[in-house]
Each structure stands twice: as C-alpha cells, then as structure tokens.
Write a protein of this length. Sequence first.
Length: 142
Amino acid sequence: MKGITFIELLLVIALLIMISAIATPFVGSFLTRNNWHVSADRVMSEIWKAQAYSMDGKSISGNNLWGVCITGTTFRMFDGSCANPNFKEDFSIPANVTVSGIGSVTFDDLTGTPSAVSTISISSSLGSNTITINGAGMADMN
C-alpha cells in the first residue's frame, strides 16, 4: 500500500501552522511600512502635480486655482476649492497611516508659491516623514 499516514498528515499541518504563525508579524510589518512609504510618495506627488497644473495654466473652472488638502481620511488635489472642487483627485489614506498638519494649500498660477507655508507629517507605527512646503513653493521630504 502506498500513501500517507494520518501521523504524516498531522505533522505537515503542524508545520504549516508554525510557519504561518512565525510569518504573520513580518507580513503585517511589511504592509504597514509599504502603506507608509506609498502614502508619503503620493502626498509629494500630488503637491508637485497641483503646483505644476497651476503654473501651466491648466484650468477646469477658469480660475486656475489648484491646491491640496485633507478631508477626513482622504488626501485631495483639487481645482477651485477643497470643499467644493471643480475637479478633484482623491486617494484614501490607509488606516495604519496618519497624515496631519495641512489645511488647504493652493498655488499661485505664475510663480507656484503656496498660499501658506506648511509642514505635513506622515506617520505610522514604524516611523514618520515630514514634508515641508516653504514660502518659495519648494516641497521637500525628510
């Protein structure tokens, strides 16, 4: 007779359970770190895009007022105003990431200077990044 015994089956199942128990914390840490870094990169990208759209004269509403803001758990790039945008590009901030320190920032259509100097904090249980938008419109992440 060929085949596997019940004992062999139990050993394989026990090994799979032990491997999954060991791997679970690493997968959770990886996902948290990935969400944190992707969120930081996306916030920087949206800031640069809003500034570029404003300086390029791209307008949906005719007023050429592009900016970024946070609405609840959503980071938004908008044309017009944050609360009542003519165009918006939203992305949801993952539950294990916190973005804070920004109200609504718009960019001048000629120079790209922001309406307010801002420091944005993007943090998770594993660390944090800070994005600074200075008075000249330069956005920098550390």
